[in-house]
Ligand binder design. Sequence first.
Ligand SMILES: *[C@@H]1O[C@H](CO)[C@@H](O)[C@H](O)[C@H]1NC(C)=O
Ligand SMILES: *[C@@H]1O[C@H](CO)[C@@H](O)[C@H](O)[C@H]1NC(C)=O
Ligand SMILES: *[C@@H]1O[C@H](CO)[C@@H](O)[C@H](O)[C@H]1NC(C)=O
Length: 502
Amino acid sequence: MQSDPALLASFLLLLPLVLLGQPQLVRSTLNSMDESGTFQCVVHLPNNSIFLQQLELLQSTLQDLIGKYEQQLSRAKEYAYITEDQDSRTLELSHMLDSRNPGVTESQSDNPAFNLLRLQLERAQELAAQLQTKAGVSGAMELIHQLQNQIINASLVLKLLADSDYQSFRTLQEEVDVLEGRLSECEREKEQEQSSRYTGPPLAPGSCTHGGLQKVGRPLVLKLNWRGLQYKAGAWGRDSAPNPSSSLYWVSPLRADGRYFDYYRLHKSYDDLVLLKHYEQWKMGYGDGSGNTVYKNFMYFNYYGTRDMAKVDLSSNTLVLRRSLPGATYNNRFSYAAVPWTTLDFAGDEKGLWVLYATEESKGNLVISRLNDSTLEVEQTWYTSQYKPALSGAFMACGVLYALRSLSTRQEEIFYAYDTSTSQEYRLSIRLDKMLETLHGINYCPWDHKLYVYNDGFLINYDLTFLTLQEKLPNSPIKKPSGTSALSKPGKPARPPGQETP
Ligand SMILES: *[C@@H]1O[C@H](CO)[C@@H](O)[C@H](O)[C@H]1NC(C)=O
Ligand SMILES: *[C@@H]1O[C@H](CO)[C@@H](O)[C@H](O)[C@H]1NC(C)=O
Ligand SMILES: *[C@@H]1O[C@H](CO)[C@@H](O)[C@H](O)[C@H]1NC(C)=O
């Protein structure tokens, strides 16, 4: 696993949220660090074996991350000590602290140590502000926000301490040192991360000016779905319109039978979703499976027990359209592997609304149709060479279909792509980790270039990284355009890659 403090930070920040949302699951205390620099984490596991497996998984990931975190911290501390040794003013300060006289009542604001501390805090504040403007990753943003709050807090405490004793002053000094260490560490990693990521100009929201998918980031676990652990099947996501008028998040756990889609919730912002503050809950009650998606404030799904596509207006929960998808198999015929009832899988991307399915004529191979989103008429259809029940899922991005397969209970691979603009298909190998075994609804959002995945009841997402146009390798399709379904044995990736594997 690569060292990635931004993700680590967001994981550590989000974990308490996950746990808070599930008080019946686990009680947890996450103490940051004691004086000896030991990172402490106490997790009390409940007595209920049903959850142990899931918790074990979370815990081992956490342990792994904590290990990384400790390394970073100790490096930061070393750095701080070296700086301290070289800093004569600091020596002066220690000397002064050692020879302090408890009887002194003069104002601290006149003493040099106090001023040094104030300067350090100001510097830390500036650094945090700079970092904030540079941060592109939401996880890093959160860490920086948190650091900023701590710095502001420390500044306030400093003011209060202006006339108080040296002991708390010394404690504060230590806190400031640690904060500074974390900040410089964060800054350094941020720079490294930026230099190793997408090297072109920042990819604008909704933009397709890139050379195709390069990499999928680590999974970020947001929380359990609101209905609970037994609701293992479902989908969630963000409105996949390329230029949405609002940031609408939706969550739709299927009934515990893994088939019937009856309730969904809408959240107007990410914070609302994570903190469960505001939501609208609707009962709809005629959907089949987890192939639904939201595009331009409408939800599209498979009407229960039919080959019909259905469209619901999310501002009123009204079914506005129902239309048959010609030739599509239904009632669990040619679902994705390990994800029953995914016969019609809707997808939204920069290029529009799509439906992924299979027909008897295609012999179960995946078929892509672009839909007119107002009438649900099929505008155009492409035939892939991939047997749909052999895939674990698929999504569209910039008019390219990306198909996944399971490598193990912990890893998936995006192994196949079909570009609808050229009707060419490619082999690739982009791996992604998963928390639990089965990825249910997989939805892409063009606005933030993220994948939203429902992972056995948990809501997780992934950052996608794209090749720049310059990096794009010459197209070397694995076969001629659509029509035949014969595909030679999986060979070398046709588009060798930045698509490195861990
Ligand atoms: C587990 O639960 C049982 C009954 O609910 C209880 O008697 C037992 O003490 C618990 N064990 C632990 C380690 O908490
Ligand atoms: C701010 O300082 C107070 C007093 O030390 C402390 O109780 C509180 O938790 C601090 N808040 C943050 C965000 O660090
Ligand atoms: C969708 O169909 C309607 C009615 O036929 C048509 O007016 C509209 O232009 C179509 N939309 C697109 C994007 O083709």
